[in-house]
Design a protein around this ligand. Sequence first.
Ligand code: HEM
Length: 435
Amino acid sequence: MSRAPDERARLRATSNNLVLHLHQPRVAAHAIRWTYTFGLGGLNILALLVLISTGVLQMFAYTPTPEHAYQSVVAMQTVAPYGQFLRNLHHWSANLLIVSTALHLLRVFYTGSFRGSRRRNWWLGLCLLGLVALANFTGYLLPWDQLAYWAVTVGTSMLSYFPGGDGLRHFILGSDTVAARTLTNFYVLHVVIIPLTIVLTVVYHIWRVRKDGFSANVRATTRVTTVPHLFGREVIFGLLMLCALLLWAMVVQAPLEQAADPLHPPNPNKAAWYFVGFQELLLHLHPLVGIVILPALIVSMLVALPELDAHTESTAIWFRARGGWRLALFGLGLGSAGMLAFIFSSELWLKRLVSPPGISNELFALAVRGVLPLLAGLGALWLLQSQLRHRGVPPSARWMVLGSVLVAAYLTLTAVGLFLRGPDMALTLFWRSHD
Ligand code: HEM
């Protein structure tokens, strides 16, 4: 039965009204170009919705006790209708959320969309990134398999290096080691506290995008109506991504290893993939530098970025200027080459140095694996900045190069940790079997 024209008009007006609560009625043509946002903010929302719905459904089958957790996951996969598929979907959308949140951060960084009033959203975004990592980390433990148990043991053991970190670790774990109390703590964090905080923060984040004005609007020459131009693209992109995710989850199974065995750690014993770069860094640096000083420097820089790089003239321009991608590429190349050089010199040289007589091992390690690499790294970055300044590269582009160096350095650490570390975390290039 076809609807009367005035009923159709009323329906259209209602749906437009709903959409226009989220978006302005008109947007810059520049803003809806696929290559401006790559739809990453929207992809984050989609992944979040899939995560919440599949998470709630899994709660009907999952039992959060060490005695039953693993078996309940096995039963979900083998007995519950569509249980395996649900678990796959939850697992892969969680990984997608990590990747798409990081890429969205990079989009905002490379288009300089974090300045002026948008700085609040940058800070909210940094909190969201931390929350997304925490959501993944707390979820990692729930299957209570070997992977879960030992990745969380490695991850939380890093806390011990912080001043007062042992107390914090005990508070989070609820005991000295990963145990029954830890599972309860992580479960409550994972299914209630973190998702609720993420949802509230995302709502505020999106409200702020509307309030501050989307960055691309500053370059508005022509404007188009939101419905259908922007909204149509969002719907098509969302449906395509959802199909891709569903297909992926049908074909690729979420990993599940043997049940957790607190007495037998796997070898190598690696952290969750997004923390592997950090774990790799700690193989080379003194904990005081690797866990306290360096992360504190990087987090402070991220927080202060809107003040450090406040040059609004390049806002909404990818890589700060036409052809700026060459500088970004240069930074990425330099970051990976520099990090590889550091890893190999640490492996072949720094780690083999022994303390001279009269100097304690601890002091020597702090000097050789802490102060020396820190000063060398900071010196290299300072030299890079002064060379770029000397060649007339504007300050904003210099920040972009610095960001690229750091991103590439972390990606290189992650790749080495994931693919080149074998048993006993030895570099597989050099590792030989002892039998
Ligand atoms: C769960 C995580 C997140 C969600 C759901 C989310 C969602 C969104 C959405 C939908 C937009 C509108 C434009 C677009 O699609 O790009 C946006 C813009 C923005 N986001 Fe996020 N975001 C998240 C994480 C982050 C992170 C990690 C950062 C950076 C630290 C960040 C900083 C910003 C900023 C500054 C804007 C305004 C950009 C502009 O005006 O061009 N967001 N976000």
